[in-house]
Ligand binder design. Structure first.
Ligand SMILES: Cc1cc2nc3c(=O)[nH]c(=O)nc-3n(C[C@H](O)[C@H](O)[C@H](O)COP(=O)(O)OP(=O)(O)OC[C@H]3O[C@@H](n4cnc5c(N)ncnc54)[C@H](O)[C@@H]3O)c2cc1C
Length: 377
């Protein structure tokens, strides 16, 4: 069944595809090898409005939905999932401010994010608190007219290149709250920059808070609501990770089918061997199923459905498992050419892996989906 995209969504998809193929494709290998963020390309993506899709129009955004954003992320990820990650990381910070910011916070931060003048990020994980975020050690104390934060966050996307950090922290009485931290705030600095298996053209690193001074007005929403807020923010973003994984799988599938038709062994095209045909059909089947799950989850968010935990979780789990399986099989179809760095397939497999890990590992997301399903039925 073809998912019904609006004309606007089809147009977003068309422009993102054209840009990714014409501008990004030839540079992907360089940025991956050099572990460098493609700053100029990211700027151009913002010039196209791709970083502003879900931000409200009064804050320089396009006022569109998650499905619009998902189709753009899918098309960019067909060519480079890692480039898409910089946009996803920033949009996660923007979603947090959009959902929970007051008028003056939105006015202050969202227009610069929408215009690409500043990147954002959402920082939750710590070295000893990944899946179990309640065990975090970063702590905030309220002091007269300010908050003082101490601790560190690790594996944060856009760490060193962002300007606006939405940070979840523990507070008094084991209550959790969320703060907007600016790069220039006193007591905030960067720690280790990570050297990664995949997503190498996205920046990942550590944030350190040493008596970091946060003005009172930078508390996001209400004190003590941080955990609940993080759940909602991540539910909005997980289908977007699904879209990223979907794009990685689609890129791998398209290259595999082209290669299978061209490559000859034993005097025949390898696509004439039944085993290869079946692998290709399995890839296609799972990609189509993943696309439906991802688009459906985004549509539920756009329809303001509050009961989205199941769809947000399973779309990310299924799409990321599909990306891992499809990229692994794609390397099998390409044989030696799949394994060497001259061609883009091995990068896709490296990039795919982390989609099973971040924004909640697939094991944790299955736990969350199960809990919601048991409540729903
Ligand atoms: C490239 C990259 C970018 C990232 N970007 C960000 C970011 O921008 N912001 C941010 O906050 N974080 C970010 N992260 C961190 C990421 O979200 C965490 O790595 C992830 O949540 C898992 O935490 P962990 O690595 O500590 O694994 P752990 O929680 O230690 O898990 C290890 C293993 O145990 C399993 N496990 C744990 N608990 C259970 C359980 N109850 N039941 C079953 N299995 C379980 C897990 O599924 C996993 O397989 C990023 C990570 C990477 C690699």
């Amino acid at each position: 069944m073809e998912f019904n995209l609006s004309d606007r969504q089809k147009e977003f998809k068309r422009i993102a595809k054209k840009f990714s193929n014409e501008v990004l494709k030839d540079k992907v290998k360089f940025f991956d090898e050099n572990q460098q963020v493609p700053t100029e390309i990211i700027k151009q993506l913002y010039d196209h409005g791709f970083g502003a899709i879900t931000i409200e129009e009064e804050y320089n955004g396009l006022g569109c939905g998650m499905l619009d954003f998902a189709v753009v992320i899918e098309e960019i990820s067909k060519v480079c999932g890692s480039t898409a990650l910089t946009l996803i990381g920033s949009s996660l910070g923007a979603i947090a401010i959009d959902l929970y910011g007051n008028e003056s916070q939105k006015k202050k931060y969202l227009p610069d994010i929408a215009d690409g003048k500043k990147l954002a990020t959402f920082a939750v994980s710590e070295s000893s608190a990944g899946s179990d975020i309640s065990s975090m050690k970063t702590i905030v104390e309220e002091c007269d007219d300010k908050y003082i934060m101490n601790g560190s966050k690790c594996w944060i996307t856009n760490a060193e290149i962002a300007d606006i950090y939405v940070v979840l922290s523990k507070g008094k009485g084991d209550k959790y709250s969320t703060f907007i931290v600016e790069k220039e705030f006193e007591g905030f600095k960067f720690g280790k920059k990570e050297d990664k298996l995949g997503m190498r053209s996205s920046s990942t690193g550590e944030l350190i808070f040493q008596n970091c001074i946060i003005p009172k007005e930078n508390l996001l929403y209400k004190s003590g609501e941080g955990m609940h807020m993080a759940g909602k923010i991540l539910n909005y973003s997980r289908p977007i990770i699904g879209a990223q994984a979907l794009g990685i799988a689609e890129g791998a599938f398209e290259d595999s089918i082209r290669y299978a038709k061209e490559r000859k062994q034993f005097g025949k095209s390898i696509s004439s061997f039944q085993i290869i045909k079946h692998i290709l059909v399995d890839m296609y089947t799972e990609i189509e199923a993943a696309r439906w799950l991802v688009y459906n989850a985004c549509k539920k968010i756009d329809d303001n459905d509050e009961d989205i935990q199941v769809e947000a979780s399973i779309s990310k789990v299924f799409a990321s498992n599909t990306a891992m399986k499809v990229t692994t099989n794609a390397i099998q179809i390409l044989g030696g050419y799949g394994y060497i760095k001259e061609y883009p397939m091995e990068k896709r497999m490296r990039d795919a892996k982390v989609t099973q890990i971040y924004e909640g590992t697939n094991q944790i997301l299955n736990n969350l989906a199960a809990k919601s399903l048991l409540n729903r039925y």
